[in-house]
Ligand binder design. Structure first.
Ligand code: GAP
Length: 455
């Protein structure tokens, strides 16, 4: 499926809008409409359910976006959170040198290449500017991706702060607080859902790479030497999560980082790739981060970041395994694997979002068959169901068109109120994928739908 098809579907249905649209937009920013914001929320709920609530190991955390700038000194982001930037000296557009190379040949991975090697490759292979077609690249320089702002009323160096480029560091700096107050023993994990900001040189592919995005991160603290066992454990959980959400197995693959690609703090990293419209690309990463972060924060803050094992009386820095997922990348993958066009037995077609019922923005739509006659009862059913479910009320157009509209946005059930309802308190419940209809008592509907839409 082409990206343009997905983008136009999401805009037309009200899932995603261009950011600041009435002012001509702001490049690569997006606003999530009534459907999109519900889907995002459901993705986050699914992750929290699986990785926090249903995991005996993990707890939830919520740190601030603005952190003391020493945090970024310690984590290495100030010195090293860079991408290689080159400018076309003919048209002055700026690009990520490594992206120019992977666009030229996507089997090449430039992680770990020096600025000189990147420039040499661009020139040797005559990789021209994608905008003006000239071959006139500037020297490559490392561009820091952190967004800067000022805290307080004075606009100077002293009160410079950064928007967090990942949620992880907020967890590391609170390791002691969390461990002390929860009285957790190792191994345990801390999960966080929240915005992250990166001043990407070349954002793009719609919501795949943006400068503002949301992360679902888990920092799993464990005993040294056990990290690779936990790495395998969480990798299996990640795969299970994606398949349970309905992603197609054939659209998922894996890339293990080799020595050159591994970050300096990691002894094992695997990217889970998804088959996006432009090919396989990173959806979710899992990194074994060793004890790098806790030790770095100990050195910079002067605060002891060790863990005392009460049973063995050993004191050590826990190792960390980190599965880190972008909400928007999951959003795009889920939409791509759910959106279909179906030909019905009568030869007509319907656009169908076969999304997991738990993720659907609305679990059920409520329709009065005839507005004037069934409206009051339909509103009463809406009120009843909306106490327990996410419900949409629709009384416009013919019943057939209302069904199509719900199929298109992925609503797994539709409940129709008709004369039978007025006579004996039953409703027709229609299922999205099979289009089969059953009759239920009004007071059975909520529990029926809850059962069918659980994750
Ligand atoms: N704490 C580790 C970390 O942040 P990362 O690989 O840089 O690792 C983790 O980011 C995930 O965040 C990625 O796998 C991706 O899903 C998402 N992500 C990263 N940069 C993004 C961007 N510019 N736009 C959207 N999602 C992004």
């Amino acid at each position: 499926m082409k990206l343009e098809k997905i983008v136009s579907y999401l805009k037309q249905t009200g899932y995603v809008f261009q950011g600041s649209e009435i002012y001509g937009g702001l490049a690569n920013t997006f606003d999530y409409g009534p459907l999109g914001s519900l889907l995002k929320d459901n993705l986050k709920r699914a992750w929290k359910k699986r990785f926090i609530t249903e995991s005996k190991y993990n707890v939830l955390f919520d740190s601030s976006i603005l952190l003391n700038k020493e945090v970024w000194q310690a984590s290495g982001h100030l010195a090293g959170f860079n991408d290689p930037l080159t400018e076309c000296l003919s048209c002055n557009n700026r690009f990520r040198a490594d992206h120019l190379i992977t666009n030229y040949d996507n089997s090449i991975n430039c992680d770990g290449w020096s600025n000189e090697k990147l420039l040499e490759f661009l020139n040797d292979k005559k990789i021209a500017c994608p905008v003006c077609g000239k071959l006139k690249w500037s020297e490559i320089r490392q561009f820091n991706l952190m967004f800067k702002t000022n805290q307080g009323v004075i606009d100077n160096e002293a009160n410079l702060v950064y928007l967090r480029p990942e949620t992880a560091q907020g967890i590391f700096i609170n390791f002691k607080n969390i461990q002390r107050t929860t009285r957790r023993k190792l191994p345990f994990g801390v999960g966080q859902v929240g915005k992250a900001f990166r001043n990407e040189i070349t954002p793009g592919n719609f919501i795949f790479r943006t400068r503002e995005f949301e992360q679902l991160e888990l920092e799993f603290f464990c005993q040294p030497q056990t990290e690779l066992k936990w790495f395998d454990y969480w990798l299996e959980e990640m795969k299970r999560f994606l398949v349970d959400l309905g992603l197609k197995k054939e659209n998922i693959s894996y890339h293990e980082h080799n020595e050159e690609e591994l970050s300096h703090y990691s002894n094992k990293t695997i990217d889970i790739l998804y088959n996006y419209p432009w090919g396989f690309d990173e959806l979710w990463g899992i990194a074994s981060r060793t004890d790098f972060d806790l030790k770095a924060h100990e050195v910079h803050s002067g605060v002891d970041m060790t863990y005392l094992d009460n049973e063995t009386n050993e004191k050590y820095h826990p190792y960390v395994v980190e599965p880190s997922l972008g909400v928007e990348r999951l959003f795009l993958a889920v939409i791509k694997d759910s959106l279909t066009e179906e030909t019905l037995p009568d030869g007509t077609t319907r656009e169908l979002l076969k999304i997991h019922p738990f993720l659907a923005p609305y679990q059920v739509a409520v329709f009065p068959l005839i507005r004037k006659r069934h409206q009051a009862k339909a509103e009463a059913v809406y009120e009843l169901l909306s106490k327990e479910l996410s419900v949409l009320y629709d009384e416009t157009q013919t019943i057939g068109k209302r069904y199509r509209r719900q199929d298109q946005i992925g609503t797994p059930f539709a409940v129709t109120i008709d004369d039978e309802t007025l006579a004996n308190e039953t409703v027709t419940v229609r299922e999205r994928d099979t289009m089969e209809q059953i009759t239920l008592k009004i007071d059975e509907v909520a529990s029926y739908i809850k059962l069918k839409t659980k994750f």
